[in-house]
Write a protein that binds this ligand. Structure first.
Ligand code: PRP
Ligand code: MN
Ligand code: MG
Length: 179
């Protein structure tokens, strides 16, 4: 596991500190609003779980399972919804929680799908933003950190379904994914 990591970008302590800040900001912004936090699985599993515990408001949680990468190292461009919301989005303030925005395809697709369900608002919170990967522009309302154009894993983010359980965010060694 760890021997496949080139370098650590954000340690457990750095992640925790930034999540505290994001949680405080979200707590301020959603005072008195009916908030539905939507975790996009599988990648945002860990980030969503940690983030909601930093939000000091009554809220609902729901999850969608979508996949665009499969086991490939780059996006297929086709977003598949494998599991949809279990509750209605109508009239609610939706906060989509993602682990990373790369090409922007996943979130553009999801935002359109959710917008069509007549919510009160739709905002995006991502732990990581990789601007160099962008193919479609997307407005990010809350962002943890920007990352360089490298293969990122850990804290929920996988390569071929591995490395999600690393407690930090790191860069995968090139030799692991290029052959
Ligand atoms: C990854 C990541 C984001 C998306 C970002 O998910 O978790 O959801 O890709 O890439 P994009 O901006 O280029 O669309 P993936 O499809 O690998 O599924 P996973 O969350 O189950 O790993
Ligand atoms: Mn994902
Ligand atoms: Mg993935």
């Amino acid at each position: 596991m760890k021997r496949d990591i080139e370098k650590i970008l954000f340690s457990e302590e750095q992640l925790e500190a930034r999540l505290n800040e994001l949680g405080q900001q979200i707590t301020k912004d959603y005072q008195g609003k009916e908030l539905l936090v939507i975790g996009i699985l599988k990648g945002s599993n860990i980030f969503t779980s940690d983030l909601v515990r930093k939000i000091n408001l009554p809220l609902n949680m729901d999850f969608m399972v979508v996949s665009s990468y499969g086991n490939a190292a780059s996006s297929s461009g086709v977003v598949r919804i494998l599991k949809d919301l279990e509750q209605s989005a109508e009239g609610k303030h939706l906060l989509i929680v993602e682990d990373i925005v790369d090409s922007g395809l996943t979130l553009n697709y999801l935002k359109d799908v959710l917008q069509s369900r007549k919510p009160a608002s739709v905002k995006i919170c991502t732990l990581l933003d990789k601007p160099a990967g962008r193919k479609q522009s997307i407005q990010i309302d809350y962002c943890g950190f920007e990352v360089p154009d490298e293969f990122i894993v850990g804290y929920g983010i996988d390569y071929a379904e591995k490395y999600r359980n690393l407690p930090f965010v790191g860069v995968l060694k090139r030799e692991v994914y290029s052959h």
